[in-house]
Write a protein that binds this ligand. Structure first.
Ligand SMILES: NC(=O)c1ccc[n+]([C@@H]2O[C@H](COP(=O)([O-])OP(=O)(O)OC[C@H]3O[C@@H](n4cnc5c(N)ncnc54)[C@H](OP(=O)(O)O)[C@@H]3O)[C@@H](O)[C@H]2O)c1
Length: 277
């Protein structure tokens, strides 16, 4: 039996079973308590249930919807389940994503299929969820969040697939933002730098298998709590963009004037043993 009082604020989060998505769910639950309806989506039901229990303990009403965002029908079913349970959607946080680390020259032609799969998760999952949710976001004059990456502003070596997917997200949501100005639906694109989650060890290697370790230097990585809180503040304030690190803020402008310097900065982000020779 679930609490039947309708929450005033309903937010759908993809990739809510771990990392930044799970932390955003907990922070939202802490801020809004029982006035919040949270719809938590990812592939793994058991970890989603754990996050839901944490959020329910903070007063939020939760709906867990196991979803693979690389399948359009599952994105549509996610949004339909959210509306069936809560009757409205006020926010959609497109956060589900996977990473990969491989120099392009190391990827065999027969393994290039994972480039497409990564694009289906990072880009198409966001497009499909957003398309299905848009009529409901129109009704609520709601908020869309796209969790892109600094790799969606600056090409990162060893991350051609990931950068391509995040640049695509950046462009898609920038164009959509302009389309939705008159409708009162905001689009906030977040560009985290390196954040301390398991994304890089879960990410793929040249053969499309789990990499098992990170290829990036992580000594200056941001904590997941700070990253989640910056994204949520951007969503709340309907900011266009959330660029959260100094190298990110400087790098995007430096790139226009001294692109070679930014290339060197990007190469320097890699651990020595994965740098191109
Ligand atoms: N951590 C960083 O340094 C960093 C930096 C910049 C941007 N980002 C972006 O931030 C977002 C969250 O990353 P994170 O670091 O929190 O990663 P994470 O800890 O690995 O969490 C990723 C989440 O996405 C879900 N997911 C993966 N594939 C999915 C699929 N096909 N369908 C539905 N859900 C899926 C995972 O759950 P399941 O495995 O259960 O499906 C998990 O809940 C990503 O878009 C990432 O690109 C992260």
């Amino acid at each position: 039996m679930h609490n039947t009082a309708s929450p005033a604020n309903v937010i759908v989060i993809t990739g809510a079973s771990d990392g930044i998505g799970a932390e955003m769910a907990r922070q939202l639950a802490r801020q809004h308590g029982k006035s919040l309806g949270l719809v938590l989506a990812a592939r793994t039901a058991s970890t989603l249930q754990t996050v839901a229990a944490q959020c329910e303990a903070l007063g939020a009403q939760c709906l867990v919807v196991p979803t693979d965002v690389s399948v359009q029908a599952q994105c549509q079913a996610l949004i339909a389940s959210a509306v069936e349970r809560f009757g409205r959607i006020d926010g959609l946080i497109n956060n589900a994503g996977i990473s990969a680390q491989a120099l392009f020259t190391q990827v065999r032609a027969e393994d290039l299929g994972w480039y497409e799969q990564l694009m289906r998760i990072n880009l198409w999952g966001s497009v499909w969820c957003t398309h299905a949710a848009l009529p409901h976001l129109h009704n609520s004059r709601g908020r869309i969040v796209a969790v892109s990456s600094l790799a969606g502003l600056i090409g990162v070596p060893g991350r051609t697939a990931y950068s391509a997917s995040k640049f695509a997200m950046t462009g898609f949501f920038e164009a959509l933002r302009a389309e939705l100005v008159g409708a009162g639906v905001s689009v906030t694109t977040a560009y985290p730098g390196v954040v301390l989650t398991n994304i890089r060890s879960h990410g793929l290697n040249a053969a499309g298998q789990a990499a098992g370790s990170s290829g990036l230097k992580e000594d200056k990585a941001m904590g997941v709590e700070e990253c989640a809180s910056l994204i949520l503040r951007g969503m709340q304030q309907r900011e266009r963009e959330v660029v959260m690190t100094a190298p990110g803020k400087i790098g995007r402008f430096l790139k226009l004037i001294w692109p070679a310097t930014v290339e060197r900065m990007a190469l320097n982000a890699l651990k020595d043993d994965v740098k191109p020779r």
